[in-house]
Design a protein around this ligand. Sequence first.
Ligand code: ADP
Length: 292
Amino acid sequence: KKVADRYLKREVLGEGTYGVVYKAIDTKTGQTVAIKKIRLGKQKEGVNFTALREIKLLKELKDPNIIELIDAFPHKGNLHLVFEFMETDLEAVIRDRNIVLSPTDIKSYLQMTLKGLAFCHKKWVLHRDMKPNNLLIGPRGQLKLADFGLARIFGSPDRRAPELLFGAKQYGPGVDVWAAACIFAELLLRRPFLQGSSDIDQLGKIFAAFGTPKPSQWPDMIYLPDYVEYQFVPGQPLRTLFPMASDDALDLLSKMFAYDPKARISAQQALEHRYFSSGPPPTEPALLPRPP
Ligand code: ADP
């Protein structure tokens, strides 16, 4: 009944992009874990070996703001990934109408998100699928990024950053910073920001908010594979879009939402921004509000 002679399966936690997630007990440590079962299907053997080798590298990514990958093994044609178990996620926090997020709570959640990102970017690993339900929250309020590096191995539908929407094949950590900016915006607005129904619609939403990028603003744009010229729209001042945000918050947000990925602020630089060093400090994780 034990999986891999070690894990006792409990209930199903949910179904994700790659497959079912179970709650389980690690009999070796007594720890509660989450096991993600990834269908490998009828892919060539070689693909699985490549995946396993890359997964081995992810096991080395250890940081307080990254979900620990405890174990990984193939079992009955599925790849099993064992992660530390987390109570809830940022999407549940954003959606819970009974939760009030103060400016310092938002600062704290964003800081933990950027710390996890900066750590992985330093190790040359991109997330590529940053969204509030991938930001898990532990019992002491610590936020940890989940699914790091999986998008590259198993494929990902995420297309949030403008360079990805224009079909860029070579892209960098900037795609995660753009996605983190969307999460920052969602924390401020308490609703999804720039969520389109298709790539075209998504770009339309981005341009309607920030204005059509001028080639002077983003010189490499016109060379991207799927670039098409959009009718000019002026966009709105950030202040109008985020009436409640502080000046420091808006300044950081505008730098994370830079169109040109080369001009976009890095996760590390964002952590060094005035928003984090001046004004009221981020809320202690243990004191952050979260769902019951
Ligand atoms: P998605 O692919 O949509 O991001 P996931 O595969 O990450 O979804 O997760 C599916 C479900 O399992 C979600 O409800 C999520 O809350 C839960 N889950 C995923 N990882 C963990 C974890 N480490 N601890 C507790 N629950 C988890």
